[in-house]
Every structure is written in C-alpha cells, then in structure tokens.
Design a protein around this ligand. Sequence first.
Ligand code: ZN
Length: 299
Amino acid sequence: MSKIVFGIDVGGTAIKCGCFSEGGELLEKNELPTRKENSGEYILSDISEYIKNMLVKMELRLSDVLGVGIGVPGSVTDDKTVNKCVNLGWGRFNVADRFAALLGVSSEKIFVGNDANMAALGEYWKGSAKDCHSVMMITVGTGVGGGLIIGGRPFNGFNGAAAEIGHMPIVEGLDFACNCGKTGCLEQVASAAGIARLAGRQNAKEVFDAAKAGDEKMEQIVEKASMYIGRALACCAAVADPECFVIGGGVSAAGEYFIDKIRKYYKMQVFHPSRDTRIVRAVLGNDAGMYGAAKLVLE
Ligand SMILES: [Zn+2]
C-alpha cells in the first residue's frame, strides 16, 4: 500500500483528524475533544495516540506515514514554533519537535501552520479557490481570521502573523478593547461576537435574520460589518493583490446576502486594477483546516 498522510485541525473545542492517501483522497475522518486542562498539555499526546490507534486499525506502521500536518489557532513561524495559542492555553514552543518526540518520528515529518492559513490552503486545494494561483481567505466566526496562499504555499510572515486580518486597525470611534488589547480592530465590528455585541443581540444569526426581515437598525449593523470587511479586503488587495478572496467561518452561513454586501463595499474602496477580483464563499466548511493541514505535507 502507498503511504498515508494525516491532516489535523486543532480547534478550541474539537480536534478534527483526517487520514488521507498519498494521492490526496480522504480515507477517514474523526473528531477528538480538545482537552485544555493543564495548559493544554494533553492535546498533542491525544493526537499522537489517535494516529497510533489508526495505524493499528489500518495494519500500517509509522514508516508508512508520509507526514502529519497540524493546524493550530495561533501564529506559527516558519520553524514551526507557536507564539501563544490563547485558546489552547499554550505558550511558546516548537510544536513539530514536541509532537515528533511523542509520535516517535523525525520532526521533518511534522508540518505546522496557523489554522486560518490551513483553511485557506484547504480551499485552494479542494475548495472554492481550486484553480487560483494566489488566494486570501477571511474567516468570519467567533473572531475574524485570515490566511494567505501564494503558489500553493501559506505565507506566514516574519512573526507568523501575516494575514491576521481580524486585527487590522481600521475602525474609528470604538470605546472598548479587542481581545488582543488594542482598540479599532476589524474583529470588533465584523466577528460574530462583535456583530452581536454592537446589535445588543444574543448572536450574529439573530442580527442577520432581523436584517433580512427588514429591521433597519440590524441592517445598519450588517452594513457596517460588510463595509469594514470590504475595506479590509481592499487593504489586502493593495498589499497582496490575490487572484481570489474566499469568505468562510460561521457568519458566512448568512450566504449571498452578506457576500454581496462585502462585494459592494470592496469595489467601492479598492484600487481600480483589483476591482474585479472574485469574492466567493468557502465550500469545505469545518473540514477546510484538515484538508489544508494534509496539503501542507503533500506540497
Ligand atoms: Zn485585535
């Protein structure tokens, strides 16, 4: 049998695990709970145990594993070091070295990336940006994340913080702080939590439903979020000029109603050569990060 690849997406509540063939076919997917106790120290050992169990089940050996790709919710530098994953309780350490020691393989077989970058890579590989050379993804969920893929490779930046669109300081007039400590971040007005907060509602879905039904105040909140996302994408176009923008995350479930508004505000604010850049909805949903992590190994 040919070799296999694991694509792992570590989230704040669940770990998505995909087992892929060398040819990129998804053979099996599973989900593990994210155990965050003791500063998240069980997370990597749980993944290692999962892989060992899978190998037993498939009657394969460690040498049959081509590599393991791991997406984590935090910034990752090119040497596979994370710099604080607040959601997991992790500090600063080299994920590849630690995980390789647990699994018993060389750290060269372990690939690590930021979760939004992995989602972008997944959409580039198997999703809505399939034929694009460069793609920028923005995930609008509890927070706002971003990922940039150029020629099939995630662009991490020097500090591992490239494409952190959610923390672009582009909003004026806010009098409360973002989770990151700054004030004026995109995330404060465009994330699910930010939209719900500004609207005084329980969740963003309520806000979108009311706006679609014609509630003017709620419509204004959605317009505001769309305007700032459009502005952020216009800023991204001015730096990276990607072939395609992909919108993912829970809030993208609001569908074309939301994407159309983003398109409108993007066109209004972007420098003219990038005016017709496609803005599309992500199609892989929660599996995007898992696909991307596998692709990181195969690339
Ligand atoms: Zn921020």
